[in-house]
Design a protein around this ligand. Structure first.
Ligand SMILES: *[C@@H]1O[C@H](CO)[C@@H](O)[C@H](O)[C@H]1NC(C)=O
Ligand SMILES: *[C@@H]1O[C@H](CO)[C@@H](O)[C@H](O)[C@H]1NC(C)=O
Ligand SMILES: *[C@@H]1O[C@H](CO)[C@@H](O)[C@H](O)[C@H]1NC(C)=O
Ligand SMILES: *[C@@H]1O[C@H](CO)[C@@H](O)[C@H](O)[C@H]1NC(C)=O
Ligand SMILES: *[C@@H]1O[C@H](CO)[C@@H](O)[C@H](O)[C@H]1NC(C)=O
Ligand SMILES: *[C@@H]1O[C@H](CO)[C@@H](O)[C@H](O)[C@H]1NC(C)=O
Ligand SMILES: *[C@@H]1O[C@H](CO)[C@@H](O)[C@H](O)[C@H]1NC(C)=O
Ligand SMILES: *[C@@H]1O[C@H](CO)[C@@H](O)[C@H](O)[C@H]1NC(C)=O
Ligand SMILES: *[C@@H]1O[C@H](CO)[C@@H](O)[C@H](O)[C@H]1NC(C)=O
Ligand SMILES: *[C@@H]1O[C@H](CO)[C@@H](O)[C@H](O)[C@H]1NC(C)=O
Length: 524
C-alpha cells in the first residue's frame, strides 16, 4: 500500500498505463504483416508490390518501436517487376525460422491484363541472417512440415464464408500450440469485409475444425462499420517471451470513408480459452486503445531530415519497379544533395522514372524538399518536383518546369482525380532555380495542399488543395493495394533529358510530423 503513495511510482504507473503499444505499430502502408519472434526480438515482413527494393523486414524488441531492418529482395533477378501495374508486384510474405534458417514464402503478380492473365506465382526463399536471401520459385503447394514442394495439391480449408469469388480465403499461416495445429487465414477480400478466421486440427494434414468464434478479428462485424479502424485481417499470432499472446494484422484507418495511408500494420492482445484465441477480448479494435508495458512510442515522431550526404540512400527511400539504369546519385563525401539523371518516363508510366519515394507515415505532416540550384533554365517538359503519390494513375505533383505556351520557367501543379488531370502554372520570374527554392506538401487527414517557399522557413505560398480521397481509391478496373508515398522526381516528360538542360535534384528533405488526433469513429 505504502508504495502507491510514492509519487515516482504513480508517475511511472501513469506513463505505463497511458502509452505502451499504440496502433498502427508501423504507420504508413505496410500490409500483410508476418511476424516471428527470435529470442527477445521480433521480425515483421510486409508486402511492397511494385516498390523496390522489395519486401521490407522490420525489427523490434518491445513491439511498440519498429526499425526498418532489411529488404528480402534487393537484386532484380530475385523478383522481376518490369512494367508491373500498381497493385501487382510482390505480395504477402510469410516468415518462418526452422533450424536456424529463415524462410520466406511470398508471391509475385505481373499483371491483371485479361489478355495476358498471369496468376500469382509462389516463391520460397531462405536466409541465415534475414539480409542475404537465396532465391527459389515454386508453383505448387508447400508442405508445411518440410517447407518443400509436394507432388499433390491438397485443399486444406475453404474458410467460413460461402465458397464464391468474394470469399477469398488467403494469407494462410499455420502454427502449432500445445497439441493443436492452427490454420489462420484472411477472408472477405482486403476491403471492408476483410477478417481473420481460424481452424485447428490434431494433424497438420487436417481435418480442420473451425473456431466457434469465427471470425476472430473483424471490425466491420456487429454493425461497427462506423469505426475508424476497418479491414482488419491477414493476421499472424505470436507469443512474447513472457508467454503473452498477440496478433499482428493489417488494418485501414478510415478517414471520412477512405484511407490515404492504405493498409498499415496493427497489433492486438490475444487471450486463449478452451484452446481457441480471443482477440482483444472479443471487442472491435479502437484506434485509441493501447496495449502492454512497452517503451513509449515518441508521438508525434521527431522530424525526418535527409541531406543526402552519404554515398547510399537511406533505406526508407524506394524506387518504382526495377531500375535498369542508375537514375540518381547522392553527392556523398559529406556534400549535400541528390541529383537525378532524368529519362523519358514520369510518375504516370509503368516504368522506372528518375524518382525516389518514401512512405507517408503520418496523417498530419508536412513533406518539404529544397531544390538544388541550377545554372540555367528548364525547357518545356523538363520537370523536377515532388509528388503525393499513390499509383501511376493517381499522383498530385508540384514541380518546376518550362512554362506551357510561353517561354520561361513556371511552378506547375498537376492534380489527378478520377480520369481528369488539372494542370496549373505560376511564373517563376527567374532564369534559373535558386538555391532556396523549396516545395511543400501539407498532408492532413482530409486533404493534401501543395505549395512553395523560398527558404525552408520562408513564407509558404499554397497553390492547390485537394481532398485526400483522391489518393485513396482504385480507378475502375484497377486494384490499388498501396497507400500514399511522397516522391522526389525529375522527368523529360516523354522526351530524353537534353544534354544542354541543367543538372537537377534536391539538397534536403524534411518531414515534420504533428499530433494525429484521429477519432475512434470515422466521423468528421
Ligand atoms: C474447397 O472447395 C473446393 C472447390 O469447391 C473443393 O474442391 C475442396 O474440396 C474444398 N476443400 C475443403 C477442405 O472442403
Ligand atoms: C458470395 O456470397 C455472399 C453470401 O451469400 C454474397 O453476399 C456475395 O454477394 C456472394 N458473392 C458473389 C461474387 O457471388
Ligand atoms: C457505431 O455503431 C454501433 C453499432 O451499430 C453503435 O452502437 C454506435 O452507437 C455507433 N457509434 C457512433 C459514434 O456512431
Ligand atoms: C466526407 O466525404 C463526403 C463525400 O463522401 C463529402 O461530401 C464531405 O464533404 C466529406 N467531409 C469532410 C469533412 O471533408
Ligand atoms: C506487463 O505488466 C504486467 C504487470 O506488471 C505483467 O504481468 C505483464 O507480464 C507485463 N507484460 C509485458 C508484455 O511485459
Ligand atoms: C496552352 O494553349 C492551348 C491552346 O491555346 C490551351 O488549350 C491550353 O489550355 C494552354 N495551356 C495552358 C496551361 O495555358
Ligand atoms: C471514377 O469514374 C468512373 C467512371 O466515370 C466511375 O464509375 C467511378 O465510380 C469513379 N470513381 C470515383 C472514386 O469517383
Ligand atoms: C511572378 O510574377 C507574377 C506577376 O507579378 C506573380 O503573379 C507571381 O506570383 C510571381 N511568381 C512567384 C513565384 O513569385
Ligand atoms: C528553420 O526553422 C527551424 C525551427 O525554427 C530551425 O531549427 C532551422 O534552423 C531553420 N532553418 C533555416 C534554414 O533557417
Ligand atoms: C494536425 O496538426 C495541427 C498542427 O499541430 C493541429 O492544429 C491539428 O489539430 C492536427 N490535426 C489532427 C487531425 O490531429
Amino acid at each position: 500500500m505504502r508504495q502507491l503513495f510514492n509519487p515516482v511510482f504513480l508517475i511511472q504507473f501513469w506513463v505505463l498505463a497511458t502509452f505502451a503499444i499504440k496502433n498502427p505499430i508501423i504507420p504508413g502502408w505496410n500490409p500483410d504483416p508476418s511476424i516471428i519472434r527470435v529470442g527477445d526480438e521480433y521480425f515483421l515482413a510486409t508486402s511492397s508490390f511494385e516498390y523496390w527494393p522489395s519486401t521490407p523486414i522490420y525489427k523490434s524488441k518491445d513491439l511498440a518501436n519498429w526499425q526498418l531492418y532489411s529488404h528480402a529482395f534487393t537484386r532484380p533477378s530475385q523478383a522481376q517487376l518490369y512494367g508491373v501495374p500498381t497493385g501487382a508486384g510482390t505480395w504477402a510474405p510469410t516468415l518462418s525460422l526452422v533450424d536456424g534458417k529463415y524462410y520466406m514464402a511470398s508471391m509475385t503478380r505481373w499483371t491483371y491484363d485479361p489478355v495476358a492473365r498471369v496468376w500469382p506465382r509462389v516463391m520460397w526463399v531462405s536466409s541465415h541472417d534475414l539480409k542475404t536471401w537465396i532465391w527459389g520459385i515454386y508453383q505448387c503447394e508447400v508442405n508445411v512440415d518440410s517447407g518443400r514442394c509436394i507432388g499433390e495439391y491438397r485443399s486444406l480449408w475453404n474458410g467460413t464464408l460461402p465458397h464464391n469469388s468474394s470469399a477469398r480465403p488467403e494469407g494462410p499461416k499455420i502454427f502449432k500450440r500445445d497439441h493443436w495445429y492452427y490454420l489462420l487465414i484472411a477472408e472477405g477480400g482486403t476491403d471492408d469485409l476483410h477478417r481473420a478466421s481460424i481452424a485447428r486440427s490434431a494433424s497438420p494434414e487436417g481435418p480442420w475444425e473451425a473456431a466457434p468464434n469465427n471470425p476472430i478479428l473483424f471490425n466491420g462485424a456487429y454493425g461497427y462499420d462506423n469505426l475508424t479502424v476497418q479491414s482488419t485481417g491477414h493476421a499472424t499470432l505470436f507469443d512474447t517471451p513472457e508467454g503473452e499472446s498477440y496478433v499482428a494484422f493489417l488494418a485501414r484507418r478510415k478517414i471520412n470513408g477512405t484511407s490515404p495511408l492504405g493498409r498499415e500494420t496493427f497489433l492486438a492482445p490475444v487471450q486463449w480459452k478452451n484452446g481457441w484465441p480471443i482477440v482483444n477480448g472479443g471487442q472491435p479494435i479502437r484506434l485509441t486503445q493501447s496495449f502492454g508495458n512497452a517503451t513509449d512510442q515518441v508521438l508525434p515522431p521527431k522530424p525526418f531530415t535527409d541531406n543526402f550526404d552519404r554515398a547510399n540512400l537511406d533505406p526508407s527511400w524506394y524506387q518504382l519497379r526495377i531500375p535498369y539504369t542508375t537514375n540518381f546519385m547522392t553527392k556523398g563525401n559529406g556534400a549535400n544533395g541528390i541529383t537525378f539523371k532524368p529519362n523519358v518516363f514520369g510518375l504516370s508510366d509503368r516504368d522506372t522514372p528518375a524518382a525516389i519515394l518514401r512512405k507517408q507515415t503520418s496523417l498530419n505532416m508536412t513533406f518539404s524538399a529544397q531544390l538544388l540550384p541550377t545554372n540555367s533554365g528548364l525547357g518545356y517538359g523538363e520537370t523536377v518536383g515532388i509528388s503525393a503519390y499513390l499509383s501511376e494513375l493517381q499522383h498530385q505533383d508540384i514541380a518546376v518546369s518550362g512554362c506551357v505556351n510561353s517561354t520561361g520557367m513556371c511552378i506547375v501543379t498537376r492534380l489527378m482525380m478520377n480520369t481528369t488531370t488539372e494542370y496549373d502554372q505560376v511564373r517563376l520570374n527567374s532564369t534559373s532555380i535558386a538555391s532556396d527554392m523549396t516545395l511543400h506538401i501539407r498532408a492532413e487527414p482530409l486533404s493534401y495542399t501543395l505549395g512553395y517557399s523560398f527558404g525552408i522557413n520562408g513564407t509558404k505560398h499554397w497553390l492547390k488543395e485537394l481532398p485526400s480521397s483522391w489518393l485513396a481509391f482504385a480507378p475502375t478496373n484497377w486494384f490499388v493495394f498501396e497507400g500514399a508515398s511522397f516522391a522526389l522526381f525529375a522527368t523529360g516528360t516523354g522526351q530524353p533529358w537534353p544534354p544542354h538542360a541543367p543538372e537537377v535534384g534536391f539538397s534536403k528533405v524534411t518531414e515534420t510530423y504533428y499530433e494525429e488526433d484521429i477519432p475512434d469513429y470515422d466521423k468528421w
